[in-house]
Design a protein around this ligand. Sequence first.
Ligand SMILES: Nc1nc2c(ncn2[C@@H]2O[C@H](COP(=O)(O)OP(=O)(O)OP(=O)(O)O)[C@@H](O)[C@H]2O)c(=O)[nH]1
Ligand SMILES: [Mg+2]
Ligand SMILES: [Zn+2]
Length: 364
Amino acid sequence: MRLHSTPHAKELWLTLPVTESLLYRLGWDDGWEAAFADHRAAGLDPARVAIQHRGAYDLLAERGEVRASAANRLVQNDELPAVGDWVGIDPVGGRIEAVLPRRTSISRKEVWNAVREQTLAANVDVAFLVQALPLDFNIRRLERYLAMAWESGAQPVVLLTKTDLVDDLAPFLAETESVTLGACPIHAVSARTGAGLEEMGRWFAGNRTAVLLGSSGVGKSTIVNALVGEELLATQEVREDDHRGRHTTSHRELILLPGGGVVLDTPGIRELQLWDADLEQAFGDVEELARRCRFSDCAHDQEPGCAVREALEDGSLSRERWDSYSKLQRELEAIEAKRNHLLRLERVREYKIRARQNRPKKKR
Ligand SMILES: Nc1nc2c(ncn2[C@@H]2O[C@H](COP(=O)(O)OP(=O)(O)OP(=O)(O)O)[C@@H](O)[C@H]2O)c(=O)[nH]1
Ligand SMILES: [Mg+2]
Ligand SMILES: [Zn+2]
């Protein structure tokens, strides 16, 4: 039976229109189709990167899951795809030949490298910034995540988990609102009681893609399992004493939800190092204050008419929020400076190479 039906099913797949529904459920739309037109003409098939392995990728395509490696040209040009990317695969060679330009990109600085960007997730519509109540809740960390998420182009949503572990949610919500500034929804859930889980579904309407970002043990994989409706991913108890997780999830993985839409589970982030951030959006209140200082280049130190200092003195701006803002700003400046420094070094190197090539050859 199977021997007979399998090749037949395959033939059937190949004759179906190229825009079959699986692709759409993964987030494909007319805009992607238009961006893919040239690749389509060149005979490539679209697919989405689900998992990145060393040297290979698991892709979700019209015909299901495929394993493929990237063409050498992509490796050489440093154009390797990330999880969430839409790529073009050569159905004959089986290699990834093209990566479509990203609509959004969630990036951080690579932990080990001073000047490399690491794309955590590509083409994400919604970024859930996950914190577990009560012990993982940290407003300063949330500010950092918000600054990163606003820069990415995805819509940030604060996701407070393990609400079953607190008696009163209100103070947590109030504190969260003090940094989301009404610009970003807050969602509270408990995977244990199921509270709030159903409402999460609306973020995936229209086959949207969402990523879960947060520390280890906050319950990211547990939530994905609840959304999928089965124990797809491994989860693990947090430590008794401090509720920290054990880094159970080891790789980023894109998962298709039964009702359409895609969720991306990620390993717990130890330390989020900014690559770029939108402080204007994440710290709109602070930037607004700074614009009211008498001098446009005010260092907010001893200058007369400093609106920031006044706000700190009368308590309308908290010292912690100001410190957090200043720290993130310094961090961004430092990485920018490093990037520029390396760019200069690179130019000097190119100049030397060219100068050497132009030097008249010595006769021997
Ligand atoms: N009380 C309570 N426990 C939860 C809830 N959600 C998850 N947990 C528990 O928290 C522990 C960690 O959950 P995981 O889903 O593995 O956490 P994770 O964020 O995926 O962790 P990493 O993969 O290490 O990043 C598990 O023991 C879960 O059962 C919740 O809403 N309430
Ligand atoms: Mg996990
Ligand atoms: Zn000032």
